[in-house]
Design a protein around this ligand. Sequence first.
Ligand code: DGY
Length: 321
Amino acid sequence: MPSRPRVFASRDLPAAVRQRLERDYDARINDSDVFLSEDDLVAACQDAEALIPIPADPVSANVIDRLPPTFRAVGCFSVGTDHVDLAAARRRGIAVTHTPGVLTESTAEMAILLMLGAARRAHEGEKVLRSGTWQGVRPTELLGMELSGKRLGILGMGRIGEATARRARAFGMTIHYHNRRRSDAETELGAIFHETPDTLMGASDVLSIHAPATAETKHMVNAGRLAKLPEGAVVVNTARGDLVDDEALIDALKNGHVFAAGLDVYDGEPNVHPGYFGLENAFLMPHLGSATVETRTAMGMLCLDNLDAVFAGTEPPHRAA
Ligand code: DGY
């Protein structure tokens, strides 16, 4: 029987995925579940032929260039591949795979959670109640923004943007969007297309960010664009932190131009700009968009389907490089 390929998983994995990985591969898993630096990753991969990284792992050229000659694949446990230097992987002939499609619904649910939580001041309300100081209903206590009748601006209308828009329609929101190409779901969603992100801003009582992280989208939501939002808008980000200029958003949250933000992703994860922590109108989640048993299991299975194909010498279902 040929020896099983050696795989290093940079974090613990859902039970069913772990079972399959340990059955089919000679697996090593970072059970400590803590962040690994570039040097840690290189050291852990010295006797491996594949790595399963998560989005916080810096799979840079500096890492890829130091992987052993027998190394075959980076099987991302994510749809995003912005943490992997794809060009460096191509140069080395290392396959990079990812898991699109299976985290659409869970991430759209998170966008809705953040939208409601930020607009309805959920974190402040919970804090008051837990403090034991609540005096009963007061007509002016913690007034939020109603979503019904508002305009939702979707920046990046891919699968997750569309799934979010579908849910928002059920709240009575109208949909505006900007995307590089027109969405096929435009008619179904009654969505209004904007040629540029700038005009989208002016039509967004709630802005929900769903674009991929690329050199072009870095800090796409900056001070100039935030200023174009209507006074008192809500900003939601479930995509990637580096699409937003944190300093600009923090200023806008402080001066009230942005009423509240709901964030699940941060520039430079696992670091989070400390300016957010002191702001009551920032509703913050630790990158839990895809964190359901169903989705994380499906992601893991897809990740292993990809690796199985690489080691069988066939084309993986989802190859990024
Ligand atoms: C992804 O798959 O890119 C998500 O951000 C992980 O939750």
